[in-house]
Design a protein around this ligand. Sequence first.
Ligand code: SF4
Length: 338
Amino acid sequence: MSAVIRHDWTREEVLALFDLPFPVLMQRAGAVHRERFDPSEVQVSTLLSVKTGGCPEDCAYCPQAARYNTGVDATKLMSTDEVLEKARAAKAAGASRFCMGAAWRSPKDRDIPKVAEMIREVKALGLETCATLGMLKADQAVALRAAGLDYYNHNLDTAPDFYGDVIKTREYQDRLDTLGHVRDVGMKTCCGGIVGMGESRAQRAGLLQALANLPAHPDSVPINRLVQVEGTPLKGTALLDPFEFVRTIAVARIVMPASMVRLSAGRAEMNDELQALCFLAGANSIFYGEKLLTTGNPDVDADRALFERLGLRPMEVVQESNTVHADIVAPATASCAA
Ligand code: SF4
């Protein structure tokens, strides 16, 4: 019998999963994974930063925040032609989903038609589309959906009780409101968080509890491991034990059994063995490509070699009329897509 989709997880229940002996947790997560997914398939997305840096927010992990001296230069919004060139290359490299990320607090109304054009054109290539543009108003969500946007990424980042240690320029509720606008127009949600920011295990459990207790489980759940960037306040944070990261993946799989759980930022710093453990724990989605917004990502050849060694294959996109679906999912990075 399939694991039940629940929205009433308590912090204690989620924490109890974290506390299981590692082999027991892995076995349980693997069983949940196999109920709904073929464990030999991994969904592959590509993320492009269409507007980098200069962000007014203060997310303490993010090299794109203008207030931190990280060496990331602010750019203007890319042209649709530039985006299309990257999207074609991503498709040729095997990506089924293309995510466009912009370092905005929220898009201005005048930005929406430009992004809508990108979405239409990328979708016309036969790719699933995803965007991460910051907070959205209800009418902006409507316009993006009308352009054919399949997924919107907006992360909760961390547990509500740790959030204020990381971000002060927007509230947890702002994030929940944006996710609500996205769901209201029928777009799929991509929503996860970042671990290794100095939070406790109970707070990692709190993040997964908050995600699982959303009105609908996110279709994609990016789990990022903090990439410590020089110049950001979180540089120098104690490193998270790799097994604790794997536990986080496994618990995410158990509490959100039908979601795509994505290995996102931080993968470049993971060896093949650690990534393999994450796949065993129920991760079934990765970002593929050169860069995850502004931090490195394993190159495509290394990913292909890893898939080959592990006998994994990219999940196929299923085309239905003019909509591209997948039994799949989408994005994450800094945290806008992190
Ligand atoms: S994570 Fe997003 S909102 Fe936060 S500073 Fe970076 S680009 Fe801005």
